[in-house]
Design a protein around this ligand. Structure first.
Ligand code: COS
Length: 400
């Protein structure tokens, strides 16, 4: 396994870091007060070529790797996790289409959104009030009517929905089949697609999430992605890929918390010396640094596997939960190291703590990630020969 970045990836990472220093970090606190989609910054990111990286060349995109996407997410996440979420929202919205749609469908529905002068957005519509971790419980219906499908249902916590032009919608075509009856559709914005409640979050205020109400929305049958019933698998394959992106934002947050805490520990004097000289602080910094490096490596491993079409479900889940837990722990430690300065809004640490919390929740809670990873480990150990042969509980066959 070789995680060395190519020259192109190094250049992209450098460019994304420079963009973050110039356009994100200095403005993130101020823009947060508006609590809305940061359109101007995202437009600049679009013009700088930092969006829609995974769209294939045949459909007008740059056709870059998932690893490339994670580099942009890490760099922008360092400046502001909310802004990074807004910049990467198309990665999640368009990934099911890259996975399941034909090139003709991508050219018709996605290309116009990624090649114009202005940034355009997609929204990934899976979650509902009663279908969160249990994604197969989606109640939104899509019924065939001649050459059209009619979609009805309500989605919630949908990132970038209020600014979206295209909605990637998971709806049941055969509810009695549960997850096997789920299908995925491309739904262009129309009057019948209504934006409901805008979620009032505590963190990541530079991203926006809302309800989306599909009220007798009619789409041509050509808006079906893949075949009827393939929606659940397309959703799972999508999340296997995009969770590396969340891990990358988390790595950026973990690094920022470390850097801010380290900077503070050098200049803040108590008892006649910089507080970093006290072992209690130095040990915290060491743990924060190790967590950050490990998060980065797992993130790149998850992307590296996906880019080679190798199974990455388990490692993607490792990366997502480990990196977002690292971001949260590092942010809490940064607040603690900075004491009173850590807890007031004029300093950077409290925002990191608010922003990091969402990383542990969205795109599959960290409990779901541990479920996926735990199940994968159990499966891998069924026929594992450790070289030590002994019966457990009277059997040598495993329990599953
Ligand atoms: N890739 C391809 N197929 C997959 C898959 C994957 N990573 N994971 C599961 N599947 C398939 C299974 O093979 C199974 O197929 P068959 O019916 O042909 O046997 C099917 O999907 C159902 O799998 P499973 O029984 O494991 O599904 P569960 O309903 O138990 O749910 C979890 C599994 C919990 C992992 C899933 O619902 C999930 O990821 N939930 C979180 C959703 C989420 O992330 N929401 C956030 C939205 S974005 S903000």
């Amino acid at each position: 396994m070789d995680f060395a970045l190519s020259e192109q990836e190094k250049e992209l990472f450098k460019r994304a870091k420079e963009f973050t220093r110039e356009h994100i970090t200095p403005k993130a606190h101020e823009l947060e007060k508006r609590n809305e989609f940061p359109k101007e910054v995202v437009q600049k990111a679009y013009e700088a070529g930092l969006m829609n990286l995974h769209i294939p060349k045949e459909a007008g995109g740059p056709g870059l790797s998932l690893l490339a996407e994670t580099l942009v997410s890490e760099a922008t996440g360092y400046g502001c996790a909310g802004m990074a979420t807004s910049i990467m929202c198309n990665n999640l919205a368009f990934a099911p289409l890259v996975i399941g749609a034909t090139i003709e469908q991508l050219k018709e529905y996605v290309e116009p959104l990624i090649t114009g002068k202005d940034a355009k957005f997609g929204a990934f519509c899976l979650t509902e009030r009663k279908a969160g971790s249990d994604a197969a419980a989606v109640a939104t219906r899509a019924e065939r009517d001649g050459d059209e499908y009619v979609i009805n249902g309500v989605k919630c916590w949908i990132t970038s929905a209020p600014v979206a032009s295209l909605f990637t919608v998971f709806a049941s075509t055969q509810p009695e089949l549960k997850h096997k009856g789920l299908s995925v559709f491309m739904v262009p914005k129309s009057k019948a697609v209504k934006i409901g409640v805008i979620e009032n979050k505590v963190g990541q205020l530079n991203s926006i999430q809302s309800e989306v109400i599909f009220d007798d929305v009619r789409v041509p049958k050509e808006c079906l992605v893949g075949k009827e019933g393939e929606g659940f698998k397309i959703a799972m394959k999508t999340l296997d890929k995009t969770r590396a992106g969340i891990a990358a934002i988390a790595t950026g947050v973990a690094q920022r918390a470390l850097d801010e805490a380290g900077k503070f520990a050098n200049v803040r004097h108590q008892f006649g010396q910089p507080i970093g000289r006290f072992q209690g602080i130095g040990f915290k910094l060491a743990d924060m640094g190790a967590r950050t490096e490990a998060a980065r490596l797992l993130t790149r491993q998850a992307a590296w596997l996906a880019d080679r079409d190798l199974p990455n479900s388990k490692v993607s889940s490792f990366a997502k939960f480990f990196a977002s837990d690292a971001a949260m722990q590092n942010a809490i430690e940064a607040v603690q190291i900075m004491g009173g300065y850590g807890y007031i809004k004029e300093y950077p640490a409290e925002k990191l703590m608010r922003d990091a919390k969402l990383l542990q929740i969205y795109e599959g809670t960290n409990e779901v990630q541990r479920l996926v990873a735990g199940n994968a480990i159990l499966k891998e150990s069924v026929n594992l020969d450790t070289g030590y042969h002994v019966k457990y509980d009277g059997r040598d066959a495993p329990i599953i």
